[in-house]
Design a protein around this ligand. Structure first.
Ligand SMILES: Nc1ncnc2c1ncn2[C@@H]1O[C@H](COP(=O)(O)OP(=O)(O)OP(=O)(O)O)[C@@H](O)[C@H]1O
Length: 358
């Protein structure tokens, strides 16, 4: 099991200096709008992921008019206590586990798995292809370490290739260089494509199952993987697009253009699904992600649920609460402006909840 027992926040967003003790598997965080409920969830997320869920700009995480923040959390993982400390000062970040500093933060990733579900996640459906790739990349990087390695190299080569395309006139051996870049793009892009494809094929049935449960009815959901690499071999595509790439001065084909098409009853969700249906789908997507991580990490991740009650009808809320209260889930944090609503929802299923009023 994975639990966080307590957390201390110093100069993190609106928290000057606060400590919270968590003594239950289900923790409700309540209080009026703007009091810092989401910020507290984000602080927990930060300790697990070495970054905020919402922004990579540390100035936004640091309390106004201060030059840094500190987060400390005591985790209980399979019977052992682990202390994680994050310190950000004057733009410099240090992270330690049990007083040992990390030289690479990526080593921390996956040790304390967590899944956040927040209202801004709607961007995964409504935003651009970049939002969907970001979600998929973050998930697959946690599952397959080699995925992140390929992706980082691919992006580096892509940048170099695009720079070359912009400076063709100054590069006498541009064609040879492009040949080398293309080989490397294929070498690192193809495995990313293959992992995205095989993962989604096994992931969609899980999402469908969870969607049906939350919605309480069957509506077909699907995730189509849209990639130029499915149409022809990547190296052929790079070859045939080379002239065009030179004209537009960027790489027009490859996994950096991939997208996911979310469908509800075979119609694009972005255009036709209601807000409640979209939200139910996002829950299904994130809870399927939770299940995948749980199997892989051999323990249930922390589940951080922000503003879950908005836009869901009573029936869907009840089913969701019943699901996350089940023993197969680990520690769950839920924010809500209404303490009574939260308490009632868990009382209805005879589940205990710690209510933390901020
Ligand atoms: N860097 C910062 N320094 C100080 N305060 C900040 C900083 N960033 C955000 N805040 C404050 O944090 C508050 C927002 O907190 P948060 O989003 O956690 O609220 P919430 O309780 O989740 O609200 P809601 O119920 O509306 O979702 C705002 O009052 C905002 O002014």
């Amino acid at each position: 099991m994975l639990y966080i027992n307590n957390i201390s926040l110093v100069q993190f967003k609106n928290y000057q200096q606060s400590t919270f003790e968590f003594n239950n598997r289900i923790v409700g965080i309540t209080g009026p709008n703007g009091v810092g409920k989401t910020n507290l969830l984000d602080a927990i997320y930060y300790l697990c992921f070495t970054k905020s869920y919402f922004t990579s700009n540390e100035t936004q995480n640091t309390q106004y008019n201060t030059n840094g923040f500190r987060l400390t959390g005591d985790f209980l993982k399979n019977g052992h206590t682990d202390k994680v400390i994050v310190m950000v000062k004057d733009g410099k970040k240090e992270i330690s586990l049990n007083d040992e500093k990390y030289d690479r933060f990526s080593r921390h990733l996956g040790q304390f798995p967590a899944v956040m579900i927040a209202p801004d996640d709607a961007e995964i459906i409504l935003g651009g292809s970049e939002d969907r790739r970001k979600w998929l990349d973050s998930l697959l990087s946690q599952i397959y370490p080699e995925y992140l390695d390929h992706l980082i190299i691919y992006q580096k080569i892509l940048l170099q290739r695009n720079t070359l395309l912009k400076n063709m006139a100054d590069s006498p051996n541009a064609d040879q260089l492009l040949d080398i870049f293309d080989l490397q793009l294929v070498m690192h892009g193809q495995p990313v494509h293959d992992l995205r494809k095989s993962f989604l094929a096994s992931f969609v049935p899980k999402v469908q199952q969870l969607y049906d449960y939350i919605a309480g009815t069957h509506e077909t959901v699907n995730i189509q993987y849209v990639s130029t690499l499915t149409e022809a071999s990547f190296s052929d595509q790079l070859n045939s697009a080379r002239f065009k790439d030179m004209q537009v001065q960027r790489t027009t084909t490859g996994i950096h253009r991939d997208d996911l098409l979310f469908l509800l009853n075979e119609h694009p969700m972005k255009a036709s699904a209601s807000q409640g249906q979209r939200k139910s789908f996002l829950f299904a997507l994130k809870l399927a992600q939770f299940e995948v991580l749980k199997v892989l990490k051999h323990l249930p991740p922390l589940l951080l649920l922000d503003d879950v009650f908005e836009k869901l009808d009573q029936e869907r809320i009840s089913r969701l609460i019943k699901l996350v209260a089940a023993d197969s889930y680990g520690q769950v944090f839920i924010t809500d402006t209404h303490a009574e609503r939260l308490q009632q929802a868990f009382q209805n299923i005879s589940s205990s909840i710690q209510l933390l009023a901020i």
